[in-house]
Design a protein. Sequence first.
Lengths: 341, 333
Amino acid sequence: MGRLKVGIIGCGNIFHLAHKNALKNLKEVKVVACMDIKKKKAKEAAKEFNAKPYTNLDEFLDLDLDVVEILTPTYTHAELAIKALKSGKHVIIEKPIALTSEEAQKMIKTAEKEGLWLLVGHTRRFDKRWVQIKEVIKKRNILPVQIRKAEVQRLPFPETAWYWKPNKGGGVAIDLGVHVTDFLRWYFESEPVKILGIGKAIRKEAKVNGTYDHFLMMIQFEGGKTGLAEVSWAYSYPARYGVFYHHLDILGKNGRIRYTPLDTPVVGVVKSHFEMPRFSPLLSAFPEAFETELKHFFKVIIGEEEPLITAKDALIALQMTEVAIESAKREEPLEFKGVVE
Amino acid sequence: MINVGIISYAHPHALRYGTTFASNPKAKLYAISGDGANADVAKTEAQKMKAKFYQNYEALLKEKKVDAVYIAIETYRHKEVAIRAAEEGKHILLEKPIALTLEDADEIIKAAKKAGVKLMVPFNPRFTTPLRKAKAMIEAGEIGELEYIYSISEYVKPPIFLEGLDMSWFLDIKKAGGGGFMDTAPHGVDSLLWLTNSEPKSVYADIGSKIYGFPVDDIGTAVLRFKNGVMAVLNAGWGNPKGYAYGLEIKYYILGKEGFLDIRTAYPDFTVYQDRAEKIYWERADVNGIVGSFLESIIEDKEPPITGEIAKKNLEIILAAYESSKTGKVIKL
């Protein structure tokens, strides 16, 4: 089999931050087309791969592509993924799978109907830190009963950015929330039964957009296990901790494992002028996680590996955040009813 | 000079309070009674510190020279002993939690008021240097409006690991009122009340016997919403393995609108690495602070920093957390 022909939709933030370099390193695939509604962005991206730039979706989907990577803002996921699937392409899509679980279910149904893969980039599952901690839990029989995972940062985007818009990105509860809900399910290896969400709008950017920028979920899993998910765009952390912060605290019947921002390898940079160290390339685990993830997804597509995370997992991660948001509104815990087929 | 009596060594804190009272220039450790668990330890400590020893607290309370008592008896006997101490006109430093029920707490508070004696309940973290510094920074507006606090309040190992002391009553719900959460969460709750200058309007919690299979709970998690809008999470209990470096772990992450405070530990430590890692606390300002302010409230005839009412509020929150865990509902306070 020749190299998989890949087309990119969305040549913005996450493309430049992660996918661009990962794709360049993967010899199994060839990026042949880059699409963005902004011509300049499509051209810039295409140049990186000697690919062709597109601004028109139909023209792009008429191409002979094996895989389409969708790296656009969350609210566009469903429409783009469904169109790509219907035109016969496998789809790799950034997390969250979609803005709503209804949309996500339609995407999954379409993929099933077309007999194509829909693979969602829950990159934490491929990050060597979390993979190794998971292995240690197994090897040492830690048996977790309580896990706290926090993913917090100060989002460096202005209030006009789609991240802050409830109807475009869903706010921090969804955008980072799905990382942590999926993480907890992955680590506990059991299903959520009850969720309490509580949220705040701390920064002006969140307040003017009517969204949360600090969100907490207490998730009770089968077997009396408790997960605490904290996600925030409102943190001000000193730079020595890096720019994106993970806390992990696992308490098990046979031990405790803890990871803090101080355990993240960061090379400190101090410059004579102030510069927001946006997404530091010095956080070592991040680029590699994307590369591992994409490599795995391409192997799934060519039939060499079984997916480590399915679209259904991504759907459940999203549903958990939806239940948490509803819980926050009602100020009471809600039962998690699971995937509606 | 305040003459102090210690009633019971059932609670292991008595060991530290004993030496702290003994070394305070304003106090004399005058007498010790051996009620409840660890009567033998009480007797040995009395000999060591040249205090009078009584088999039971009634005899100690009859001692006219005793001005104040520190009560470290099993929680279920707090009401009985504290009321008798008040009746005998002794000022009272009463181990936490104040009592098993809010009704009992009321009776204790009422008895102290009626007798005109001071009543204080010790919650340690607010007497530590890092937390006092954090409080001062919050009040100076250094991190802007307070938004969120994550706190860990854990005695790292379950009490069965404390050697030389009989702590079986900690695993008896009738005597202790609960397990790891009841034992450790009151400290976290007190610091939340103190740092926020507010009270929770609701609590949601999950508390259980999850690790050791004790007849009482070992760990718990509580989510609290405060009246002033602050959100807080508290992890408390005895959940840690024997090899864990901390013996006592009190941590806070405090998020304000304009800044963030990272209190890695309220008890400054260094680490010794041998077969395993061990934290040694090089400063324990807390017990000195508690003892000092208790004595000061007596000498200067003023309200102690942690009153019976504050301790009752604390218990109300703890009991609401247990209620939430039992019913699976958010409990409004």
